[in-house]
Design a protein around this ligand. Structure first.
Ligand code: ADP
Length: 402
């Protein structure tokens, strides 16, 4: 069975074609600059590539080009699109409407679009891509949507409500939704398997640290709390996002700088975080390099992230009344051994003791990095959201045929 996984943004359409027999990637790429001009980068498993400028006025033309490169030319991997059993789409916001992976119908696409108010940057482009895909992919090929928020729908009310007037929730659906759910679900399941334990018996803190970062308390395989909130702005300090701040600081600064609500949102989402604190870069590698040269603000940015992660681990251990494992994933979590070492240092109170040798130099590989006598196991678990979307899509489609 071959599954096409789509991750669509407003101007891009990333894809992977996955062979479910061995979960290998048959082809992957990105249609970029949709609505501007257009460019496709495509790599087949054979190593053959396509890298060319195109004309992509809308997502429809991007899908047409995708079909063309998959089925014709030097980098083709399919004789026809009918070889694709199903298409799985990543969707950022499912709110309370979608708590699980769902088969696409016109009504489902409309509901995803209706949620755009809660995720303006993502959901409308997702809906556009879903309509476009329906037009271009054979009608008989089922499409499935997998939501970033769905995994967190198991959070209890006390964890997802904000202390604002109740009407904010009732009228405007303001609450914590959490994001990166597909990643947290994938890595927590992979960790349980690596530990040889049933996930139902584990209390895990999952740290997904990348340009966007979130930390989730996974108790018995269910998300019970997470650091991102109503939007992906909440939680720890990120590349350009502030993370959690006192809301009064926001209204105070907006007032001082005369910013509109949308300018204020940009200020917190695009100019804050590592970039705003360091004044250098949003990228962890640049921050680490500057910190190594003694740049005080870069050192501060790195220290803030490490301190905040420690606090989340401690608070989630308290929330779950226990902790069996901590895992690190995402670009920073998988690659930054110094960050992992700093986070796990002086955490004996929680039963966390790192094996410095196992951790040092470890990048992007599944491995245990805690000491043999550590009560809490610490692991690096590479994430693979596309694979989980493909697995979910397969499971749902196979269920339909039963
Ligand atoms: P996104 O949230 O956009 O998916 P990623 O998960 O790819 O982001 O993470 C990007 C972050 O990972 C960047 O801050 C980058 O500096 C960091 N990163 C990537 N490789 C390394 C590395 N070898 N060492 C330290 N940090 C790294």
């Amino acid at each position: 069975m071959k599954i096409l996984v789509i991750n669509a943004g407003s101007s891009s359409l990333k894809y992977q074609l996955i062979n479910m027999e061995d979960e290998s990637v048959i082809a992957k790429g990105n249609c970029d600059r949709i609505g501007i001009d257009g460019h496709i980068k495509h790599t087949a498993y054979t190593g053959a590539t396509v890298d060319m400028d195109c004309t992509f006025p809308t997502h429809t033309e991007a899908f047409e080009k995708l079909v063309e490169v998959l089925t014709t030319g030097d980098a083709k991997v399919l004789d026809s699109m009918s070889e694709v059993s199903a298409v799985g789409h990543r969707i950022v916001q499912g709110a309370e409407v979608f708590d699980k992976t769902t088969l696409v119908t016109d009504e489902v696409i409309q509901k995803i679009d209706d949620l755009a108010e809660l995720a303006p940057v993502h959901n409308h482009p997702h809906a556009l891509a879903l309509w476009a895909c329906k037009k271009v992919i054979p009608e008989t090929t089922p499409q499935v949507v997998v939501f970033d928020t769905a995994f967190h729908q198991t959070m209890p009310e006390k964890a997802y409500m904000f202390g604002m007037p109740y009407e904010c929730y009732e009228k405007y659906h303001v609450r914590k939704y959490g994001f990166h759910g597909t990643s947290h679900r994938f890595v927590s399941m992979a960790l349980a398997e690596a530990m040889g334990k049933d996930i139902k018996d584990l209390k895990i803190v999952s740290c997904h640290l990348g340009n966007g970062s979130s930390i989730t308390a996974v108790d018995g395989g269910k998300s019970v709390d997470t650091s991102m909130g109503f939007t992906p702005l909440d939680g720890v300090i990120m590349g350009t996002r502030s993370g959690c701040v006192d809301p009064s600081a926001v209204t105070f600064v907006a007032n001082k700088l005369g910013m509109t609500p949308s300018e204020t949102s940009d200020y917190l989402n695009k100019k804050s975080g590592f970039l705003g604190i360091s004044g250098i870069s949003s990228d962890n590698r640049d921050i680490s390099a500057a910190a190594a040269e003694g740049n005080k603000r870069a050192i501060l940015a790195g220290e803030m992230l490490r301190y905040e992660i420690k606090k989340y681990i401690g608070s989630y251990a308290a929330a779950m009344n226990g902790l069996d494992a901590v895992l690190f994933t995402g670009g920073i979590g998988e690659n930054s051994d110094d960050l992992r070492a700093d986070v796990c240092r002086n955490m004996e109170v929680l039963g966390i003791k790192l094996d410095e040798n196992a951790n040092a130099g470890l990048r992007g590989k599944l491995a245990k990095i805690s000491a043999p006598d550590s009560k809490v196991e610490v692991w690096v678990v590479p994430t693979n959201e596309e694979l989980l979307i493909a697995r979910d899509t397969r499971d749902l489609v196979e269920g339909l045929n039963k």
